[in-house]
Write a protein that binds this ligand. Structure first.
Ligand SMILES: Cc1cc2nc3c(=O)[nH]c(=O)nc-3n(C[C@H](O)[C@H](O)[C@H](O)COP(=O)(O)OP(=O)(O)OC[C@H]3O[C@@H](n4cnc5c(N)ncnc54)[C@H](O)[C@@H]3O)c2cc1C
Length: 405
């Protein structure tokens, strides 16, 4: 690893979550000098405890991790493949099932602890001679120099870079310093996250039950347990958080008994407020936003981190092309190419998630009938299922080269 002495970088990335660490690996592999700054330490995996934050990582993201050669580091930690997905609406016969074999693949995706992903990426970054990691520090101010961005840090250090990447999450300081507007939408829902032991095998299947108050997902873990993501209207979430373990088990079992038997809880419950936001621009001068800094969506399809990872691959691809051909890596034409590419793709995902949330949250008779019919018709059509699955797996649309197999 390079020392942190030289304050001049080609690319400086604010935020060392899943998207920031991925971006750092991509740029460093292109031979660019990379600085990675985070207000905390990079989260690494702990063998003795399961991280409550797990993500469904799709095929496009796993292809990128293989391309970066960090997949063995993820496998050495912990992960679980899932080959099936079953989604149904409570109190009706409407349901849809996906099977990896019908899609001609071995798995639909993977369930991985977030810190197993950042830990594996950090292992690579710490050995990279092009990368300086600066932990426990934040950017306080940003000035535009003639051909650089100058950054004041809270440690009173000054750093400079040709390209600044904001991967600093929902409350992005880079977005704020760049005066990029952001449209917010509050779902008036929270997600309750916990880990449980199902009474019956999860059969490497991701289970999702749509209730009128929001979807509950059971994601299959490596050791037979499941990670629960229960999205529900505010008010109900407070009631669920206040239940005893026995009461919570019985409520959850009521929704999943037919597929997974009696559920036993084995961890505490964590609460995450749910909202959606979308930055009005992904770029400003010599600056680009990726991941949650640019967009946040409902976790019902498990796409948030995956589309952020696609952002990093797209940005690295256009910047890499410029670098190879001797163009300015943070020139406006280069950054505009990135914005046009990813903003269109992400707008579609965000609008679809908002639509799902509305259609599954309504009790209006015509929409309920259309929804039930739609689920059953789609379940009977291999072609429609292949279309949906390809989007969920991240292999539809305009995919960056590094995310293809
Ligand atoms: C309940 C729930 C379930 C989810 N499930 C899935 C799923 O199954 N699949 C999926 O793809 N997505 C899922 N998501 C979404 C996913 O978790 C996020 O999209 C993803 O973690 C965002 O990663 P990020 O690196 O962009 O941001 P973050 O993870 O927020 O990382 C930002 C980093 O920036 C640092 N930082 C913040 N401010 C500063 C600053 N001023 N200076 C320096 N550093 C700073 C932070 O310390 C942090 O390390 C889920 C989300 C929720 C809430």
């Amino acid at each position: 690893m390079a020392g942190t002495g030289n304050p001049n970088f080609d690319v400086l990335i604010a935020g060392a979550g899943m998207t920031g660490c991925t971006a750092a690996c991509l740029f460093a592999d292109q031979g660019l000098r990379v600085g990675l700054v985070d207000s905390k330490s990079i989260a690494d995996w702990d063998e003795t405890t399961t991280c409550p934050r797990v993500s469904a990582i799709n095929i496009a993201s796993s292809n990128l991790f293989r391309y970066l050669k960090v997949w063995p580091g993820i496998e050495r930690r912990r992960f679980s493949r899932y080959a099936g997905m079953h989604v149904w609406e409570e109190n009706s016969e409407a349901s849809i099932s996906f099977d990896a074999r019908e899609m001609g693949c071995r798995e639909l995706g993977y369930i991985i602890e977030n810190n197993a992903v950042t830990g594996a990426l950090a292992d690579k970054l710490r050995q990279h001679h092009n990368v300086s990691i600066l932990e426990g520090t934040t950017i306080t101010d940003r000035q535009l120099g003639r051909d650089r961005v100058i950054l004041e840090m809270d440690s009173h250090r000054t750093l400079a870079c040709k390209l600044l990447v904001g991967a600093d999450g929902a409350k992005s300081r880079v977005r704020e310093l760049s005066a990029i507007d952001c449209r917010h939408f509050d779902y008036q829902q929270d997600a309750i996250v916990t880990t449980v032991v199902p009474g019956e095998s999860h059969r490497r299947t991701a289970w999702q039950c749509f209730l009128p108050t929001g979807p509950v997902a059971m994601l299959p873990l490596w050791d037979g347990r499941c990670s629960v993501v229960w999205s529900c209207d505010r008010g109900l979430s407070e009631e669920l958080m206040a239940l005893s373990d026995l009461e919570f088990e019985s409520t959850l079992s009521g929704h999943f008994r037919q597929h997974l038997g009696e559920i036993s809880v084995c961890d505490r419950r964590f609460l995450f407020p749910l909202g959606q936001h979308h930055a009005a621009q992904y770029i400003s001068r010599r600056t680009a936003l990726v991941g949650d800094a640019a967009h946040i969506t409902h976790p019902l399809a498990g796409l948030g981190a995956n589309i952020g990872i696609l952002d990093t691959a797209a940005l690295a691809q256009v910047v890499g092309n410029a670098h190879r051909t001797g163009k300015r890596i943070a020139g406006q034409p280069v950054l505009r190419r990135y914005e046009r590419w990813r903003k269109g793709e992400n707008s579609l995902v965000l609008a679809t998630m908002k639509g799902f949330k509305t259609v599954f949250g309504t009790s209006a008779k015509p929409l309920v009938t259309a929804r039930r019919l739609g689920l059953n018709v789609a379940d009977d059509s291999i072609h429609l299922k292949q279309v949906f699955a390809r989007y969920a797996m991240g292999i539809a649309g305009d995919i960056p080269a590094a995310c293809r197999q």
